[in-house]
Design a binder for this molecule. Structure first.
Ligand code: TXA
Ligand code: MG
Length: 309
């Protein structure tokens, strides 16, 4: 490594959050770039550092259900059910916001995305800071999300201190579900499937469109999705496969199960991106519901909008 990771301790990190500064921290999905969600000036620094347009709302991270309820103005039975079942965990609930959440956090929307991350360091940070922590993924706008502290350091070159919590266990961003309208709506697929969520919420009780830029979660290297190794463009690039190996100078075999695949995905893409191949070809993953979140991220990385799932 060219320079040491700028790690800091928990108390220093919590102090920075309280002072209105930024801290990158681990969650079970990806690393977040955090600020005090109640401090509009602190949250503005997130948008500035990421280069993210202020039209893209942030997720507010809290340490438990009680804290979540303080920052929403409605807590329907479905929210209670889903929170008890999936929190701490990779599920974000979008609900009408309370007045305490500044407009910049929600990009002016009347709703807020909120979740309890399943990572001890994230929970300790929120508890020690004593405030909810607004955080997008800790990458530059449209870049690949970070699943290690080293990825964060590479993205921001030391401009922000990082709490190191090891590699992210889930590996892709949380499932985002809106409970703000008459009907529950999936806004972003993730490793908790919408089918499972609908089932869990069944029998319990219009939605803003999320900042879904088609090109998002992208490596710098052009990425294509291929049906088989026969579709590789030439013999010069990197091939990411799970079923059929192919002739390429660089080849990465992925796990054949969705959780294992998700946990590795961004790390593999970060690594191949740094190696400067002319292309990255990814063998299409299985067309099964458990792979929906993975399909979503691969399609965005390849900047294609259509697909089987
Ligand atoms: O796993 C995750 O969700 C990670 C970790 C750090 O928690 N965070 C993350 O944040 O992926 P970000 O900013 O990269 O993505 C947030 C997503 C976006 O799709 C955004 O549009 C949606 O959540 N979102 C947030 N608040 C919303 C709201 N009020 N209404 C609709 N969508 C919202
Ligand atoms: Mg992101």
């Amino acid at each position: 490594m060219s320079s040491p990771i700028e790690n800091i301790g928990l108390n220093e990190a919590a102090g920075r959050i309280r002072q209105g500064d930024l801290v990158a921290f681990p969650t079970e999905t990806v690393y977040g770039l955090g600020a005090n969600a109640l401090d509009a000036a602190a949250v503005r620094k997130i948008f500035e550092l990421k280069g993210r347009p202020e039209t893209s709302p942030l997720i507010v991270h809290v340490s438990g259900v009680e804290m979540a309820r303080r920052y929403v103005s409605e807590w329907p039975a479905q929210a209670e059910e889903l929170a008890r079942r999936y929190w701490p965990g990779p599920l974000t609930l979008v609900l009408p916001k309370s007045a305490e959440i500044p407009d910049i956090v929600t990009a002016g929307l009347p709703t807020v995305g909120i979740r309890v991350p399943a990572h001890e360091i994230a929970l300790q940070l929120i508890e020690a800071a004593g405030v909810p922590v607004a955080a997008p993924s800790a990458n530059r706008f449209t870049g690949l999300s970070p699943t290690t502290a080293e990825h964060v350091r590479q993205a921001f070159e030391g401009a922000v201190p990082v709490l190191d919590g090891g590699p992210a266990r889930v590996g892709i961003e949380s499932t985002v579900v809106s409970l703000a309208g008459a009907k529950m709506v999936l806004l972003r697929p993730g490793m908790i499937s919408f089918g499972e969520i609908e089932q869990a919420a069944a029998g319990k009780g219009p939605h803003p469109s999320p900042g879904m830029h088609a090109r998002h979660y992208s490596p710098r290297t052009p990425l294509i999705l291929v049906d088989s190794p026969r579709d590789l463009p030439d013999r010069r690039g990197a091939y990411v496969w799970w079923r059929r190996a192919g002739l390429a100078p660089r080849s990465v075999r992925m796990p054949g199960d969705a959780p294992g695949y998700a946990a590795r995905l961004y790390s593999v893409l970060h690594e191949l991106d740094r190696e400067n191949w002319p292309w990255i070809a990814v063998e299409k993953p299985p067309e099964k519901p458990a792979w929906l979140g993975i399909w979503d991220r691969l399609r965005r990385a390849a900047a294609v909008t259509a697909g089987p799932l």
